[in-house]
Write a protein of this length. Sequence first.
Length: 474
Amino acid sequence: MSTPDQAVSAAMAAAEEWAATPPEARARALNAVAEALEAARSELVPLADAESHLGETPRLNGELTRTVFQLKLFAEEAASGRSYDARIDRADPDWPTGPRPDLRRYRTAVGPVLVFAASNFPFAFSVAGGDTASALAAGCPVVVKAHPGHPGLSRRTAEIVTAALSDAGVPEGTFALIEGEREGVEALRHPGIAAAAFTGSERGGLALAKIAAERPEPIPFYAEMGSINPVVVTAAAAKNRGEEIAKGYVGSVTMGAGQFCTNPGLMFVPAGDAIVDRIAGLLSEVGAAPMLNDRIESGFLDTARRLGERPGVRRVLWPDDDTSTAPRLLTMDLAAFAADSEAASQECFGPLGLVVTYQDLRDVAVVLAKLPGQLTTSLHAEPDETAELSGLAGVLADRSGRVLWNQWPTGVSVTHAMQHGGPFPATTTPSTTSVGTAAIERFLRPVTYQNWPQDLLPPPLRDSNPWNVPQQIH
């Protein structure tokens, strides 16, 4: 196991060569990692289950499939050369603002990236997860700080990744694993780290973001810190599809024992509708499930207890045993929620739902506009209501990075148009995403060359275009 200084120093030594590696070679390396992980599935999935209690099928097998796919998707993105965003303005003596020199702009790797692995996704947001894949695709060496919740899996995954990269001819030092909270902070403070990515709690993310900002040379810190992901149900939707909505909500809020950053922990429904009772009945049929670790379990129980004791909150469904991790359902009216929104809108990482009842949908929009930033917001409504919902739709989009229509936020598709991020405090940098091919943009920086000779230009900016990347020529 490398020390932080050893890992970062090796990454610094590899940075220039890896950034200059042609797109096709970078893609082959990422595909090699994907294939190596797939080949080790029968070993990795049971190891992940032993440490996370998430279940081999469908959860962990599905998550490994997702991890393999996103590595291949980033390989495809790297091979395409699109991320270079190469722009060429040829010299123009008649340019309206005055003679224009030859200008050529592209995006290049920022340098070594530090990735803090997550607890709740031992594959997809961990050692070989999306942050690692996107940084490698950008041409950045990666140092991963393992999560203590699955140390054995982290070490074995790192061994597989390291071997696959080595066999693919990747420069030594392009990937490394470190462990320990103190070691993670030490790496974050290392002058060789150019950017960092984190998925986890708001408390942990803000503490690390502060360290990144207070370095002698501050660096970007891309933290995804979760949210309560508000859901709004209109009266018409509740009347026409109440049973369907209740089933969907219960499935989403209890998925993975509620341990998703996209867990819809807050839902607004019309007062007097039977949907609250429907949800309670369905939730009562869901038993207690083991949580990722003792710290997360105690955090869930403490947060649930505090929420259940807030003024105006009614416990609709609550286990007789306060130490049980069985699902919980709370409710309160909109006025009570608005009066206590700072406390009532705190994320509860686990299978708990807070349902807020309203009389007038317009009042919900006012309350939502005052909530902190979210990863997602969702609207369940009928097709013939769209003309009345533009104001509410605007509020939902203003407060989140992904807005859903008649769907549930758990399950984040790995694709080109996905946005997994949102206004603070859902993330530290709302203009970026940690899922989807746009995630690569976090680890690139623009450079413009003015009037440079062809043989000194980086390949994406040369007239000969040896890497055959897309070029915008003006």
